[in-house]
Design a protein around this ligand. Structure first.
Ligand code: ADP
Ligand code: MG
Length: 874
C-alpha cells in the first residue's frame, strides 16, 4: 500500500478505500454527508452541478472536495449513473461518538445501472435488465437478470446478429463482457445500444466449474438440469458471472433470485431491432409526450407497474405456440364479455403495490417499515381479488386464481407489528406497534415517563430551594442539568454538584438526576435498538414467503395485462382473431391501432388484406404520396403481432396464419449520425431480410430503393421482389409499397404478385384521398398535388405540371432499360443488377448524389430531366 505519511489519518483511510474500489465515484460518509474527494470531486461537482470546495488533507495540502446530504443521495446517484459512472457507497461502520480514533468505514455496495435498487433511480414501469455475455466464435451464452424484480434467464445464440437482436428487445441498462471481448464487442454494443453501460470482467472469472457451483449453491440444488441448462455451457458461465457480480456489487446474497429460466429465441416471434423501432412498439420514432404514438400507448391500460412491465414483454415477445396464444385469448375473451364489470376488477388491481420490487427490497435488506405496510395492504386485497376471479371459468383465469394463495398469517403479522405511518428510517423508532413486544413497551414507558419525571423534579426542587426561576433542562453535550440564575446562587443546596458556568447562571447536577438520566437516556436508546431488531426479524420472516409472493405477483401482473387488453378491445371495438397454422393472413376491415386513435377530423378508413403463400404472396401497393401506403403496411404487421401476443385486433374479422418473424424495411431512415449513408443502411436491412426470411415470415418493404437514383432503385426493388417470390427458402408473405409504378408490371410475370393501390379521386384539378386499398396499380404519382398541399407557390406548381407532361411523353419505361441477365438465367446473377448501368458513364454516381427523399417533387423532376438528357440522350 503506498501510504502517504503527510496525509491526515482520515485522508489516509480515504486513499485506502479508494484504492480498493477504483471503479466508481466514491461516496465517503462523513456524518450526515457523502463526501467526494480529488478526481471524484472534480468530476462529480460538474455532473451534479454542486460547489467544489476543499478540505485540509495534511501538511497544508488541500484536497478538492464536494458533498451531498446522505438522505438526498438518490437523485444524485441517478445523475451519476446516467452520466455513465458507477457509485461506491462507503459507510461509517461504527457510531462516531463511540469510536476510538478514526471511525471505521467500509464500502457496503457499489451501485451500477444494472444493480441499482433505489426506487427513485429505476423507472417503475420498465424492467431494468443486467446482461452477461460470453462465448467463442459464433456461440454465445446470454444471461439476463433484473435485480429489481428477481427475474433471471439464460439462453444461447449462434451468431452475433442473433445476440444483438435478442439484446435489442430487452430493457437493458448494463452488460457484462469478458475483458478479451472488449475491443470487439464493446464497440458494437456502444453503437447498437448506446445507453447500455459495458462492464468488462477479468477473463479468468469465466470458469465453467466455478460458475456452475456458484449457481448450484445459490439455488441449493445438485444439478442445473432442472432449469434446462444441461447443454448450456456458455449460458451457465454467463449466468454464474452475473450472479456473482450482483452479489458483490449489492453486498448482499440476493436471495430473491429464486430460479433461472432457460429459454430459446425460437420461443417467440422474431423481431429485429429495426423492426422493433419501425413498428413503434414501445418507443416512438418521433417522441411526442412519453410513449404517445406507440402500440404500448394504445394497449397499456394496466393498473400496476407489474402489469405494465409484463405487457411490454408480451408486445416484444409475441408467441409462436398456438395453444398458448389461445390460452391468453380465452382470458381476454372472458374478461371482454364481462364488459362494464371490468371496472370493479381494475379498481381492485389499482390498490395492489409493486410486489416484485417490494420483495427485492426486502431481500436486499433495503425495505423499511413503509414497504412492509405496502405489502400488507396488497395482501389484504387478495381475498377480494380472488372472489372476483371466481366469476371466470377459462383455464388461464382459473389458474391465476390458484396462484393467489392465502397469506393471511403474514398479513396479520405485519398488521400486529408495524405502525401504519412509520418513519422512513429504521434507527429512530416509531415502527413497531404498541402491544407487539412487552420488553419494548416497558422501555418506551420509561423513556416517556422521563418527561413527567423532569417536570416533577423541577417542581420539587423549586419547593425545596425556594428559587422560583429554577429550571431542569437537557442538552446533548452535558445531559440533564438544574439551572440557577446568578442572583439565586446563594440558595443552592449543598448536594448540588456544579457542572457548567454560563454568563449569568450556573448549571448543576444531583445524584438523583444523574441516576435518572442514565435510566431514561438508556431506555430511549435501548428501545430504538430493540425496535430495529424486531423489525429486522419481521422483515426476515417475510423472506420465508418469497415463493408465494412471487407467484402472487406474477398472477397479478398477468391478470392486469389480460384485463388491460380486454378493456382496450372493448373501448376500441376489436375482434378476437383466429390464429392458425395455415399460411393465410386474412383481415376484414383492418385498422391501424395507433393512427385510428390519433387521426382527428377524418375518420379512419378500414381496409381488407389477403396474403398467402401462393397467388397472394406479394402485394405490390402503389399510390401517391400521403395516400396511406405506409399506414396500411404497418397496420397489417401490427395486427399480426397483436394476434400472436394474445390480444384482440382492430378489424371486423381476422384469421392469421402464424408468422415466425416480422421484417420491416422502411424508407428514408436517416442514420447519417451513425456514419452510414441512408442507402447503405437500406441495403444492409434489405440484405438481412433476404438472408433470414422464411415462407412463414411477414415482410414489410416500404419504399425500397429510394435512397439511390430512380433506375438503380427500380432495378433493386424489382430484383428483390423476384427473389422473395422465387427462392423457395424465402418465399415470404410480403407487403411491398412503392412509388415506382414500373413494378406493377411484375404482376404479369410473377403469379404470386398482386397489385393494389390506394385510391385517390381527382376532382377539379385537386386530389381527394379516399384511403381505400383496391386491386390494380396506380397510374400517376400525384407528387405535384402533394407539393401543392405542402404550400409551394402557385407559379412553381404550374411550371412543374408543364414539365411533367413533357417528361411523361418520354416516360422511362422498363422495356427501354437493358434487361438484367438474371431474368433469363436465374437468381445467381441477381447481384449484377446493381451494375445495370455502366458505372463509367457517371450516371450512377450522379444519381446517388441526388437524394430524392430530400428534394421537393418539383426539384426532383427537374433534376431527373437534366440527368436524363445528359446521360440517356433522350
Ligand atoms: P404514404 O405512405 O402513402 O405516403 P401514409 O401511410 O404515410 O401515406 O399516410 C399519410 C397520412 O394519411 C397518415 O399519417 C394518416 O394520417 C392518413 N391515413 C393513412 N391511412 C389512413 C386511413 N386508412 N384512414 C384515415 N387516414 C389515413
Ligand atoms: Mg409512406
Amino acid at each position: 500500500m503506498n501510504m502517504d505519511g503527510t496525509l491526515t489519518p482520515m485522508m489516509q483511510q480515504y486513499r485506502q478505500v479508494k484504492e480498493s474500489h477504483p471503479d466508481g465515484v466514491l461516496f465517503f460518509r462523513l456524518g450526515d454527508f457523502y463526501e467526494m474527494f480529488f478526481e471524484d470531486a472534480q468530476k462529480a461537482s460538474q455532473i451534479l452541478n454542486i460547489a467544489l470546495t476543499s478540505r485540509e488533507a495534511g501538511k497544508g495540502k488541500k484536497a478538492p472536495m464536494c458533498g451531498i446530504p446522505f438522505h438526498a443521495a438518490e437523485s444524485y446517484i441517478a445523475k451519476l449513473l446516467s452520466a455513465g459512472l458507477k457509485v461506491s457507497i462507503c459507510e461509517q461502520m461504527e457510531d462516531p461518538a463511540q469510536a476510538r480514533g478514526i471511525v471505521k468505514r467500509e464500502v457496503i455496495r457499489t451501485i451500477t445501472p444494472g444493480t441499482v435498487l433505489e426506487t427513485g433511480v429505476v423507472a417503475d414501469k420498465r424492467n431494468n435488465f443486467l446482461a452477461s455475455i460470453t462465448g467463442k466464435g459464433d456461440q454465445f451464452g446470454l444471461s439476463l437478470m433484473d435485480v429489481t424484480t428477481g427475474e433471471f434467464k439464460v439462453t444461447e445464440l449462434t451468431s452475433k446478429e442473433e445476440l444483438m437482436r435478442e439484446l435489442a428487445r430487452q430493457s437493458l441498462s448494463e452488460c457484462l463482457i469478458p475483458k478479451s471481448f472488449e475491443q470487439d464487442l464493446s464497440l458494437f454494443l456502444s453503437r447498437e445500444l448506446p445507453r447500455v453501460m459495458v462492464t468488462a470482467i477479468e477473463d479468468w472469472k469465466y470458469d465453467f466449474e466455478t460458475c456452475q457451483n456458484l449457481l448450484k449453491e445459490h439455488f441449493h440444488i445438485q444439478s442445473l438440469d432442472g432449469f434446462g441448462c444441461r447443454d448450456l455451457t456458455w449460458g451457465v458461465m454467463a449466468s454464474g458471472l452475473i450472479l456473482n457480480y450482483v452479489k458483490e456489487t449489492l453486498g448482499n446474497s440476493a436471495t430473491h433470485i429464486t430460479q433461472l429460466l432457460s429459454y430459446q429465441r425460437t420461443d417467440a416471434l422474431r423481431l429485429d431491432k429495426i423492426t422493433l423501432r419501425n413498428m413503434e412498439l414501445l418507443d416512438s420514432l418521433h417522441p411526442m409526450e412519453g410513449n404517445k404514438g406507440t402500440l404500448l400507448w394504445v394497449l397499456d391500460q394496466t393498473r400496476t407497474a407489474m402489469g405494465s412491465r409484463l405487457l411490454q414483454h408480451w408486445i416484444t415477445h409475441p408467441l409462436l405456440d398456438l395453444h398458448e396464444i389461445y390460452r391468453r385469448q380465452e382470458g381476454v375473451g372472458e374478461l371482454f364479455e364481462w364488459g362494464v364489470e371490468l371496472g370493479k376488477l381494475r379498481e381492485i388491481l389499482g390498490d395492489i403495490r409493486d410486489l416484485e420490487r417490494l420483495l427485492s427490497r426486502i431481500h436486499c435488506d433495503f425495505a423499511n417499515a413503509r414497504d412492509l405496510v405496502s405489502l400488507r395492504i396488497s395482501l389484504e386485497i387478495m381475498p377480494t381479488l380472488k372472489a372476483q376471479l371466481n366469476l371466470f371459468h377459462c383455464e388461464i383465469l382459473s389458474s391465476l386464481r390458484e396462484d393467489l394463495v392465502d397469506l393471511s398469517p403474514l398479513k396479520e403479522l405485519i398488521e400486529k407489528a408495524i405502525e401504519d405511518h412509520a418513519p422512513l428510517g429504521l434507527r429512530e423508532g416509531g415502527m413497531i406497534r404498541h402491544g407487539y413486544d412487552l420488553a419494548l413497551d416497558e422501555l418506551r414507558d420509561i423513556a416517556r415517563s422521563g418527561k413527567d419525571w423532569v417536570t416533577q423534579l423541577q417542581k420539587k426542587e423549586i419547593e425545596r430551594t425556594g428559587i422560583k426561576s429554577l429550571k431542569v433542562g437537557y442538552n446533548r453535550v452535558f445531559g440533564y442539568y438544574i439551572e440557577v440564575s446568578s442572583p439565586n446562587l446563594p440558595q443552592v443546596p449543598l448536594d448540588y454538584i456544579r457542572k457548567q458556568t454560563l454568563a449569568n447562571a450556573e448549571r448543576f447536577i444531583t445524584e438523583e438526576l444523574k441516576h435518572y438520566e442514565e435510566k431514561i437516556l438508556g431506555a430511549q436508546g435501548k428501545s430504538e435498538a430493540l425496535e430495529y431488531e424486531i423489525f429486522i426479524k419481521i422483515r426476515d420472516e417475510v423472506k420465508s414467503y418469497t415463493a408465494s409472493i412471487q407467484k402472487m405477483a406474477q398472477a397479478v401482473a398477468t391478470l392486469d395485462t389480460l384485463t388491460s387488453l380486454a378493456l382496450v378491445a372493448l373501448k376500441n371495438d376489436y375482434v378476437w382473431p383466429q390464429v392458425n397454422d395455415s399460411d393465410v393472413i386474412e383481415i376484414e376491415e383492418g385498422r391501424h391501432p395507433v393512427i385510428e386513435q390519433i387521426s382527428v377530423g377524418e375518420g379512419f378508413v378500414a381496409n381488407d388484406t389477403l396474403l398467402d403463400g401462393h397467388e397472394n404472396q406479394i402485394l405490390m401497393i402503389t399510390g401517391p404520396n400521403m395516400a396511406g401506403k405506409s399506414t396500411y403496411l404497418r397496420q397489417v404487421a401490427l395486427i399480426v403481432l397483436m394476434a400472436q401476443m394474445g390480444s384482440f385486433v382492430p378489424a371486423q374479422k381476422a384469421s392469421i396464419g402464424l408468422v415466425d418473424q416480422i421484417f420491416t424495411r422502411i424508407g428514408a431512415n436517416d442514420e447519417l449520425a451513425r456514419g452510414q449513408s441512408t442507402f447503405m443502411v437500406e441495403m444492409n436491412e434489405t440484405a438481412n431480410i433476404l438472408h433470414h426470411a422464411t415462407p412463414k415470415s411477414l415482410v414489410i418493404l416500404d419504399e425500397i430503393g429510394r435512397g439511390t437514383s430512380t433506375f438503380d432503385g427500380i432495378s433493386i426493388a424489382w430484383s428483390v421482389a423476384e427473389y422473395l417470390h422465387q427462392d423457395p427458402d424465402v418465399k415470404a408473405r410480403t407487403l411491398f409499397a412503392t412509388h415506382y409504378h414500373e413494378l406493377t408490371d411484375l404482376e404479369m410475370t410473377l403469379p404470386g404478385v398482386k397489385n393494389y393501390n390506394v385510391m385517390v379521386r381527382e376532382w377539379n384539378d385537386k386530389i381527394i384521398f379516399v384511403r381505400k386499398i383496391v386491386r390494380g396499380g396506380a397510374d400517376k404519382s400525384y407528387g405535384i398535388h402533394v407539393a401543392r398541399l405542402a404550400g409551394l407557390p402557385k407559379a412553381v406548381i404550374e411550371r412543374a405540371k408543364d414539365i411533367l407532361s413533357c417528361l411523361e411523353e418520354g416516360t422511362i419505361r422498363l422495356e427501354e432499360l437493358p434487361k438484367g441477365p438474371f431474368l433469363e438465367k436465374g437468381l445467381e446473377d441477381a447481384p449484377r443488377q446493381l451494375t445495370l448501368f455502366d458505372p463509367r458513364s457517371g450516371l450512377v454516381e450522379a444519381l446517388k448524389i441526388l437524394d430524392l427523399d430530400r428534394l421537393t417533387p418539383v426539384d426532383a423532376l427537374l433534376k431527373l430531366k437534366e440527368l436524363k438528357e445528359k446521360f440517356l440522350k433522350v
